[in-house]
Write a protein that binds this ligand. Structure first.
Ligand code: ADP
Length: 449
């Protein structure tokens, strides 16, 4: 078992990983940037090492600084969290070359799934249904035009190196294609350093349903059911829940088995998520695989009673996954609301400042993952997420009622947050009905405008 782990991340996820380390009797070292000197992770960790100035490129994306910090502090493992270097195969490989255990899959798996075109090729071989479209990068606008004619409009241009909804463009008709192609390519080039695009049929009415998997390094894999992340703004998740109101036990089993076929195809290990689009007829299509812990992992933790971060660490240590598929029982309903420092009344403009008073909600069935405390100042260099409120209820309705209660209790004074917006979501008839698709939130927001 690993003895001492460097956390190559910040914010709530750094705190979450430290908690798992401490429950396992493992020492945790916080790697922090100058902007995070006063962070909760630094306070909670056993040791802390400054890895550079505030800009991510000089700190949380600075692989040599992180690896040096791990070696100097006598760590034997590195947990990358999500974002930053978590899906960078070179970082995973560099850790290994320096004798450090990367808490995640192999560099090869990260590489293959990080290239969306290669990922689709691999999953096609595994027999998974794909969204109709191309499995190779597009070489020119002309090629894109003839492929789009074959697929049929609307089509979606996506970045091969994509993530976070960037480099994505819906094209409704042929005369929009050339322009969309050029802007999507420029956006992808700027965001990922790689402008390659591929094309999918745009499915207008679908849900985003993803399957969580766990696999050890000895060939044993299980799935932990699904999370429904259909409430999205600009292709980014806003609310996540499980089980999906759209899944029957049969469909859950079918999607879970499909996810495991994919896992076996590439010899994947550690925690991972297979993302699918699901239509009204119960057809599902593989979209992409995330080769890391996800923001919304606590939803699955509530439903299964398992600790995913502890399992990540055990698997990375070489332990066997002692759970079988039959051990996995999904109980009740869980919902997660992301609380961001943003002004929902001003097109979600980023906000920030000092938290004068922080009073997190509590009581039965409420979990808060956050790095906030009263007096905390938000740095300007990083993403805007302040907290995740995750609730559990016997039924979906009880979970919604509990979330309303928890959000009403929560106090974050001094900063504009999306707390009021999330409370509104919990009262939106469209969300409460459970009949949510990926366009639902845009419809709600447009109606208001
Ligand atoms: P990223 O990696 O940038 O987050 P994803 O491939 O995960 O991109 O897609 C993000 C979201 O975009 C999905 O959850 C879905 O709402 C939407 N989306 C992606 N592909 C399609 C498609 N072919 N048709 C309709 N919506 C799509």
């Amino acid at each position: 078992m690993l003895r001492k782990i460097l956390i190559a991340n910040r914010g709530e996820i750094a705190v979450r990983i430290i908690r798992a380390c401490h429950e396992l009797g493992i020492k945790a070292v916080a790697a922090y940037s100058e902007a995070d000197r006063d962070s909760l992770a630094v306070r909670m960790a056993d040791e802390a090492i400054c890895i550079g100035p505030p800009p991510p490129a000089k700190s949380y994306l600075n692989a040599p600084a992180l690896i040096s910090a791990a070696l100097i502090s006598d760590c034997d493992g590195i947990h990358p969290g999500y974002g930053f270097l978590s899906e960078n195969p070179y970082f995973a490989e560099s850790c290994r070359e320096c004798g450090l255990t990367f808490i995640g899959p192999s560099a090869d798996s990260i590489q293959r799934m990080g290239d969306k075109a290669l990922a689709k090729q691999a999953m096609k071989l595994a027999g998974l249904p794909l969204v109709p479209g191309t499995e190779n990068p597009l070489t020119s606008v002309e090629e894109a035009q003839s492929l789009a004619d074959g697929i049929g409009y609307p089509v979606l241009l996506k970045a091969v190196a994509g993530g976070g909804g960037r480099g994505m463009r819906v094209v409704n008709q042929p005369d929009e294609l050339a322009r969309a192609f050029n802007t999507a390519r420029a956006e992808a080039e700027a965001a990922f350093g790689r402008g390659d695009l591929y094309m999918e049929k745009y499915l207008p009415v679908v849900r985003h349903v993803e399957i969580q998997i766990l696999a050890d390094q000895h060939g044993h894999a299980i799935h932990l059911g699904e999370r429904d992340c259909s409430l999205q703004r600009r292709h980014q998740k806003v609310v996540e829940e499980g089980p999906s109101p759209a899944l029957t036990p049969e469909l859950r089993q079918k999607m879970g088995e499909a996810a495991l076929h994919g896992v076996r195809e590439i010899g994947y290990y550690n925690a991972g998520t297979m993302e699918f689009l699901l239509d009204h007829q119960g057809n599902f299509y593989f979209m992409e695989m995330n080769t890391r812990l996800q923001v919304e992992h606590p939803v699955t933790e509530w439903l299964t009673g398992l600790d995913l971060v502890k399992w990540q660490i055990r698997i990375a240590s070489g332990e066997r996954l002692t759970l079988t598929q039959d051990d996995i029982k999904i109980r009740g309903h869980a919902i997660e609301c992301r609380i961001n420092a943003e002004d929902a009344d001003r097109d979600f403009m980023p906000a920030g400042g000092t938290v004068d008073l922080y009073l997190p909600p509590g009581g039965p069935g409420v979990r808060v993952d956050s790095h906030l405390y009263s007096g905390y100042r938000t740095p300007t260099n990083y993403d805007s997420m302040l907290a995740k409120v995750i609730v559990w209820g016997e039924t979906r309705l009880e979970a919604i009622e509990r979330m309303r209660r928890a959000l009403s209790e929560c106090v974050i004074n001094g900063i504009t947050t999306t707390l009021p917006f999330q409370l509104r979501m919990m009262n939106e008839p469209a969300f409460v009905s459970g009949d949510v698709a990926t366009h639902t939130l845009a419809d709600i927001l447009n109606q208001q405008a």
